[in-house]
Write a protein that binds this ligand. Sequence first.
Ligand code: ATP
Ligand code: MG
Length: 660
Amino acid sequence: MAEEKGSAVGEVVHEVRSHSSKGAHVASLEKYKKLHEDSVRDPSGYWGRLARRELKWMHDFDKVKIGSLKNGDLAWFVGGKLNVSENCLDRWVEEGRGDDVAIIWEKDEPGQAVKYTYLEVLHKVCQIANVMRKFGVKKGDPVTLYMPMIPEAAFVMLACARIGAPHSVVFAGFSAEALRARVDDVHSKWIFTADEGLRGGRTIPLKKTVDDAISSCDFVNKCFVFKRTGADVSMTEGRDLWMEPELEGQRPYCPPEVMDAEDPLFYLYTSGSTGKPKGLMHSTAGYILYAQTTCKIIFDLRPGDVYACVADVGWITGHSYIVYGPLANGTTTLMFESTPLYPDAGRYWDVVETHSVTQFYTAPTAIRALMRHGPEPTEKYDLSTLRILGTVGEPINPAAWTWYFKHVGKERCAIIDTYWQTETGGIIVTPLPGATPLKPGSATLPFFGIDLEVLDPQSGKVVPFVEGEESSGVLCVKSAWPSMTRTVFNNHERYMNTYLKPYPGYYFTGDGVTRDKDGFFFVTGRVDDVLNVSGHRIGSAEIESALVAHDAVAESACVGFPHEVKGEGIACYVILKLGNEETDDLIKDLRNQIRSVIGPFASPDYIVITPALPKTRSGKLMRRVLRKIIALEADQLGDTSTLADPSVVDSLIEKVATLR
Ligand code: ATP
Ligand code: MG
């Protein structure tokens, strides 16, 4: 059960000692520390051993790692040959586990789940791969997916891996223009989509969006279309093709392409929170090894587990922790087509009860949305099968952390706050269940093989860790790990400038971090989200946490704007919990809340009450948009193609005009 102790930054430490820690892959903090030390002292030894033990190779590698962070020319498992789909599927079937469930598809409508065994998935993947070969898709050809959360999305990704065609999955909520830009950037001649998507009871016109997107891309050879709703959609003669009739005639075996360890497995564009999206390239062996290992250890996978990550395959979380990580471990993975609020705020917990889910992985934005509805929905369902609760995507405020821990995990499950990026391929900072003490708001400690360093942002000098002292700076990684992105598609210069040149010899995450007296990492958000008010440096996340701790606040976003006197002023956008209204007293109360939690210097210049915030389609705040709005520069919003709901921006512009 949970024990509470104080810590340097005034947070609470939870030691979760429950059945979740018994027999965990890493048994104690001491064991973690020893293993971590060994792994960073000799990364080649550590990853080389794991690669031979955990992966199926067609041909062994000659050298574990070559190149350097300084030169940006890294390569792992040089000379090794393998196929990722074989590692995710064939080997489990060969081990006699063909009847084990590989994928549970939880459809938009509750109570209609469909299960696919490893043998069934292998057959479907092979058939799709054969169709692709039939129409001329070649090894190395980028293939774009614009797919709903249906199992075929995972099948197509694995089919691409099988024939060595790198996929580029574009989240199926993006606009036609955003899709066009991504299809055009990798010059993809092949597109996979579905007639329509279905989410929260609403249909999404996917095929129509694809038509709009590629009308100007005459290099597109084929658009392969799956049926999801059966809607009547327009098909362009010679270009568009229904998949179902094509699949019928296909042999359920397709020989896997022999891939080099460093061949691209996929391209993926970052969420676009900060600017023009980058097409990051991930390699074959290093990526799959890291996805496999992190998934197994961090989620403490065991035989019989039912693992559910409720992200979308359109994001890196879906790639690594819905598809590749779980399947490379032979685990049962759940694909969730719906939303946390459909048909009501109990949907996640209904899924947990129905499928006896053991690991559940979501994002702070979903937890905050559910908190607005109170704890009742969590009480209606049996959540006793849960062992591990994961979160990813942004810093989780202690209030949301505590809600998740208490109401979903019943103070018995480990909360695994996983810090990572599209660029890192897999989780790089995280607690290990059963081993790492938990601190709300902290992703805690680095994963094995990850050598973190805190640097002074101005001088680039190392801020050394001194036991008992808190320190902060920018978060960097000192040596390469297998799944770090190798390049930006067709733009290696941008790759170097963004990640490897800012602090030569280091991988620069772009995120700020505070390290507490015990050496635990609290990621505070992007460095450009730090405000400098009258000479005080303050992370926007800190102000937001103070606001969210107020009873009336569901969510908040704080940004700076140019201020004549203070250098930077503070504007807080606030969403109220249901049942609260904007009054002068409440605004005063919120201001006092910040003054008392952080200090009078952080008192905001503006508090803007709003029903919604501008977010990317992955649910992340677009702070640069909020900054422009409060600075009255709404005519310079920049690239807003990844914005989920543009109308939110218009109403904020109006509201701010009345305040400033
Ligand atoms: P873009 O790079 O296009 O602006 P993005 O950074 O939002 O988009 P992702 O790669 O999906 O795209 O997100 C990674 C970022 O999310 C991290 O750099 C960090 O800022 C934030 N993040 C992810 N997980 C956590 C976490 N557990 N704690 C704190 N921050 C997190
Ligand atoms: Mg980023």
